[in-house]
Design a protein. Sequence first.
Length: 438
Amino acid sequence: MNPLAVELNKAIEKAEPCVHGMLSSLGKRLFFPRGILTQTAEAKEKADRHNATIGIARENGQAMNLDVLMDNIPGVVPDDALDYAPATGVPALRRIWRSEIYRKNPSLKNKSISLPVVTSGITHGLTLAGQLFLDPGDIVIVPDKFWGNYRLSYETIIGAEIRTFPLFDNNGGFNVEGLSARLNESLDARGKVLLVLNFPNNPTGYSLLKSEVEPVVESIRSASGPGRDIVVISDDAYFGLLYSEDAYEESIFARLASLDEHIIPVKLDGATKEHFAWGLRVGFITFSASGGVPDGEFYQALEKKTGGAIRGGISNCSRLSQTVILKALENESFADQRDEKFRVLERRALKVKEALANPAYDEVWEPYPFNAGYFMCLKLKNINAEELRCSMLDRFGVGVIASGNNDLRIAFSCLDVDDIPDLFDIMFTCALEMKHRG
């Protein structure tokens, strides 16, 4: 094992022995190299005469550039658009994002979290978390309504085993008992699990209610203990997009942070969905642990291991994208503009609820509970979802997603309010015809 990895492992084990035990074999081997990158960083601070370290071209005191590129990026200087970003991300962006996490999650007061590491979207964050904490054969727990890419990231690529539990209980709320049973069964079998909680949920658009948060936290806490370690991934891709007053406004990460030495919460979030900047691919991965000290050796070690995984995979994330997001967050108009777009989505969600109130629809489907995010799902009654999807697409030019045999996912986020009733009427027409054909 590389001596730098050994050094990082010692720092983690000294502060958080349980977290060290949760690291995968790859997670233990990861380190951040002290070669070119470290020497270049030192040169940026001290080489005030000549700096011949980094592999870019410079001219007239800035990154060499083509007008045909920079003419398309008004308001951004070449160094902030074309230069490499640090592997862990632009420091100013990382700092402002951590401040935002604290601001939006009051339960984090007096709790410690790492400095967020920039990822190339939240999918990249999922990959990094898997590299750090999963070995082949390890167990990943997700609700039965989950984003299909989890399977690709964790089962196909890493070789872990995904186990599910029903998302909803018989009363249409989050299935705390199902989560608890699956956690305990899996911990009995393996001693360590990785739990993925995605709120607001893709595909259903369900987010935890305020009354459900404490039972969820307690089910995780009570399942953990010596030889029963839990890595909790909080996939917060759609954070803050809530359309009911009883929905919990914070991330579950905030309630799990610093809770227990046998639990390490990992927050995945970003500007992709939350700030309507999908293609810029700016996400973040943030850690918390019971004994971690802000900006101390433990968090720095985890950040360096994460940076090593980024360096060895994609080198670094887009400097231009990070610059654009940083400038947006620093702009005094940012909050007002984001709130304006949130209200647009909220009106669409409420229009969906209004449309679904049509009692005629009860013959062909039942909507799953939803109160947040971009999506909602329908549970079809004895109708094949793929057949209905194809019928709507071929006959009416209407596209939705078939999720399993009997579920349809509707992304109301991309529908104008006035188009929503028409979409559901078309779906109802096709579904009714299929049902009567038998």
